[in-house]
Design a protein around this ligand. Sequence first.
Ligand code: HXC
Length: 510
Amino acid sequence: MKDVLLELERRRAEARAGGGETRINAQHERGKLTARERLAVLLDPGSFEEFDMFVEHRCTDFGMADNKIPGDGVVTGWGTINGRTVFVFAKDFTVFGGSLSWSHAEKIMKVQDMALRNRAPIIGLFDAGGARIQEGVAALGGYGEVFQRNVLASGVIPQISVIMGPCAGGDVYSPAMTDFIFMVRGTSYMFVTGPEVVKTVTNETVTADELGGADVHTSRSAVADGAYDDDITALNDVRRLVDLLPASTLTPAPTLPTEDAADRLDHALDTLIPDSPTEPYDMRELLERVADDGELFEIQAAFAGNILTAFGRVEGQTVGFVANQPLVLAGVLDADASRKAARFVRFCDAFSIPIVTFVDVPGFLPGTAQEYGGLIKHGAKLLFAYAEATVPKVTVITRKAYGGAYDVMASKHLRGDFNYAWPTAEIAVMGPKGAAEILYRADRSDPAALEARITEYQQRFANPFVAAERGFLDEVILPHGTRRRVARALRLLRDKKLDNPWRKHDNIPL
Ligand code: HXC
């Protein structure tokens, strides 16, 4: 018996050693943790249970029959984050560069299947060289199987990807189909084809970081949702995100008790809006003052700053905040802001997370760049996302709600449940100047007459009462009571039931 136990320990130690000391040291020298070290940070201490640590590849080409390392480049299993089950896989770069063989793919498929069957989130940590070159089509098949499972799990369980090293070729599309992608600055990059191929095909010279580094994907392409300076910070923040999310569509997000009173009044909000309608203010401050303990988890903070998307809690329950940000481009809706917010709204709706929207929007951004870039389709994404969402929707217009953007931003007409406005709200087809110039074209040559027309339009529409008189707003509220109003509304809506007509699936403008 003792020999058998020793043999088990020997085999386990061999698997845990991965690609060996030299490769582990190289990993550390690059500022990266190993796959197992990463899982130790991500999961509650002692909670990780590994699957398939003895799995090896079955490739015999290119001398691979004699080159096997147990585990085959990916560590898989399950554990807990603050006591809640998550399934995990972590690519082990020290073993064949974390590259994907058929056996490696089978290990990932197993945890994907288990996560879906047991309705628990799945988190993938990526640090890999793509398809195992020696395996050929078997590796391609493996990717296809993983992709298929990503799609079946989409909108059923949260799927999170963390890119912590190379992520190229076949490795990029699985993360791309998950709900959130986070990256580590300096050590991670994602691209379909690397700098050498780019040079050959397009004659562009770029570094891996310039092509697909964390800053590129969080601020330009919007492929990634957040970037961190090192592995540990990234993994700790993923723990924080998991705390905010439900395990699946079958269960609500966990409630976190808070000392922050739901009826807390905040008089600083009464002076948040500047006297001048063109002067910006920081909408993030409003979100922080409404959320429990001022805590937010922002998604895509570095992209399309004219709209904010963040998770937070109200009375301990997770909500998704969407808010125009007057500090950036006056909070205008452009193509980037629209698709950023649309994806966030759809995630919240899929996972029954109520949406709280703060509106201060001068409209959609005009111009050829926007129109050529498909503003109509991108804007429609956000409109579509809000309109199809059946979760509780609470909206507060703080200042401007002009034009189509008024409709889009969770208005009453898109089944907003509670639509509030501050007394500073202005709701109109367009800003007073633009309106007067169109309505009174003849007065354009007479500045005094035009000014009078502008004032007339402003007096008529630069207030919330025209909309309130029609019932498009449920109430005009005092800014200092916003948290109390939002919390009460969400409490009332806890058992909201609303279904869309049956269909195979909708056809959101992609
Ligand atoms: C097999 C691989 C590998 C791969 C790396 N290795 N990538 N083995 N298949 N795809 C091995 C190396 O041989 C090496 O083994 C170890 O991993 C570390 O690799 P290095 O090159 O020494 O590391 P580094 O200098 O850090 O470079 C990392 C890298 C580079 C940038 C990822 O290895 C690389 O470019 N790899 C190939 C990437 C690629 O083209 N993959 C195929 C993509 S096509 P030893 O034994 O020396 O430690 C694809 C198609 C799928 O994925 C499409 C499905 C839809």
